[in-house]
Design a protein. Structure first.
Lengths: 365, 365
């Protein structure tokens, strides 16, 4: 039923009359998560596989023999190919009579598009990425339940960080402990490469982890996520190992306040970029002017940086009930360090619900 | 020097006169690893960032402010953008005078291509995927060293599996132990989502792990890889928990023999698909006919399923020195179980070198 509704909706919100929508995976990691969204399959990788959605017919799954066992849970028609020629044959069989074909330009590789054009020279291809985004940015109950579980996992792991660290532990070792703890708590895998940075490395927002050993007075920045049944969470906390100095305290306080400013603004019907503007303006008025160098948050779901929206300067969509976002202000002082705090929230009738709840105020560990 | 050589080579092997090559990342996981290949950067994610290579000029890096710290190790020209407009401005600045622009069709998203066409309406875009593949399939010393380290990590973890398992351990728990052990042994992250399957789940080649508890007589299939400084390894072993029955023994023996057949054939100047054909023909003559449902191996490097080649029916390239492959025959009997054994090898002057060495003959644990 759930799948059927998603499929119904996507054709309903397309402006043009679309005869079929093709979702095409390439090799891992070039997998379009919409394949899982529309099939509701959970296991398997489905490299090179496709699903074709129709407005009023059962979907066709075109999958490699390798994935046959994984596809058995599907309610769609399953078609098995052994080589590219057989794959192409299925595409011809299921799409030759479709004139207007929807493709997700945001996740299909150029090579696959070129191949499709050759195979179906009479077809017109339309970009349905925006429609898919509009659909996916609003989560249904099944999705929210999985995200909440993913959030519970990171909450319980973050709570243990003060007990995990000790003088001399390396960034790598802490990352290993974090990932292990997430999996022991039920994560299928990490949502992304865990960031566990110490000292001045915290000033590099996407630094992951290395051989640096923890020393007194260092920043500790932990940014990680859990994947639970294909849905993700994303949390960040920044601590100081030992007694913080004035600047560290001030950076931490600024970011806690910046996040509060976001929280005060987030509710349905507000424009997404307004949240970022408020946070950005606040930081620009502090001593940390010009050090907030990314967006205030992103939609999260099947993808960590999920499609559709974010608290970013360019995002003009209006917030709606059942959207899920991260809220993650941060400031980065080169050669000194960075502070970021990140939580996941669900927009609801009353404003929003915090999905991650571990203390945001803990500084010294 | 190393980067310069890679860049020199790519322009040299292009048939057409190419004025510039643009490598464009989108959001994670739609990252083109060629960005790291040609910049030799290791840290950072570089979402939405690009590098532009020229035949006789220093490369341009176009990166978001967020990645500035991570880009500092680069020897290329670094250009920082804060929003899409600024990114576009750099593209115009660095590519307006280039007529023939090379793109990697295999890893660029259709959306990014459409944007580029609008931005540079006079440019001709050429697909340089094949040239990039031809270059990357042959590994240089720096790459081989990293792959060997990644292989050492999985070897030492696989060796510990017999001590990790016990009656009642779940697939999830074993996966957590494997991943933890890889990271403790120096992996930056797992190369891919670890497969740790028990019993009849082993018949599903891309099943990852779940709540199934280990029982006497079950198959245990462990397929995992380590990422070390952006390079990957990939290993698989299949065991039986307790005393194997006749069929299990026979499956295991068949696959050990199938791998030996591959090993006997692998050497420079042999066609890649010949390796697969030999292994396939052998299995077709056994009682497990028609149960070998995937290729015999794939190139491995910056990507797990690395570009350029594989021991697959369609791959007609000739093996060359310094190519790195996995060798992974497997058979899958639905509702009963599967056996796969996988090792990584480096083609050399004398045939090949095995990069993973943990016992292939251990059956009962």
């Amino acid at each position: 039923m759930k799948n059927y509704n998603r499929k119904e909706k996507i054709f309903k919100i397309c402006n043009k009359k679309i005869d079929a929508i093709l979702i095409k995976n390439n090799v891992d990691p070039y997998i379009d998560n919409n394949f899982f969204y529309f099939t509701d399959l959970e296991e398997g990788i489905f490299e090179g596989c496709s699903t074709i959605l129709y407005p009023e017919q059962i979907s066709e799954l075109i999958i490699s023999e390798l994935e046959y066992e994984s596809s058995k849970k599907s309610k769609d028609n399953v078609n098995i190919f052994n080589n590219k020629m057989q794959y192409d044959q299925f595409i011809l069989e299921f799409l030759s009579s479709s004139k207007n074909i929807g493709l997700n330009f945001n996740n299909i590789l150029l090579k696959d598009y070129v191949d499709l054009q050759k195979l179906l020279p009479k077809a017109e291809f339309y970009n349905v990425s925006k429609e898919i985004s509009d659909l996916r940015v609003i989560k249904d109950k099944n999705e929210i339940d999985r995200i909440k579980k993913a959030c519970n996992i990171v909450d319980s792991v973050m709570e243990k960080i003060p007990n995990m660290v000790y003088k001399g532990i390396t960034e790598n070792q802490l990352a290993a402990e974090i990932d292990y703890s997430m999996q022991k708590n039920g994560a299928k895998k990490t949502a992304f490469n865990t960031i566990s940075s110490f000292g001045k490395n915290t000033a590099e927002p996407h630094y992951s982890h290395g051989q640096v050993k923890l020393k007194k007075g260092y920043f500790i920045l932990c940014d990680f996520g859990a994947n639970f049944r294909n849905y993700n969470s994303d949390i960040t906390r920044t601590f100081i190992f030992g007694t913080p100095n004035r600047k560290q305290l001030s950076m931490h306080e600024t970011i806690v306040n910046a996040q509060k400013i976001a929280f005060n603004e987030i509710k349905a019907e507000v424009k997404a970029n307004k949240i970022h503007d408020k946070v950005y303006s606040y930081i620009e008025k502090t001593e940390f002017k010009s050090l907030f160098i990314h967006s205030t948050g992103h939609s999260i779901g099947l993808n960590v940086h999920d499609i559709g929206a974010g608290f970013s300067p360019d995002c003009e969509i209006f917030l709606k009930e059942n959207m899920v976002f991260t809220v993650e202000p941060g400031i980065y002082l080169p050669k000194f360090g960075g502070v970021r705090i990140e939580d996941d929230i669900l927009i609801n009738k009353d404003g929003f619900e915090l999905l991650t709840n571990v203390s945001r105020n803990l500084i010294e560990i």
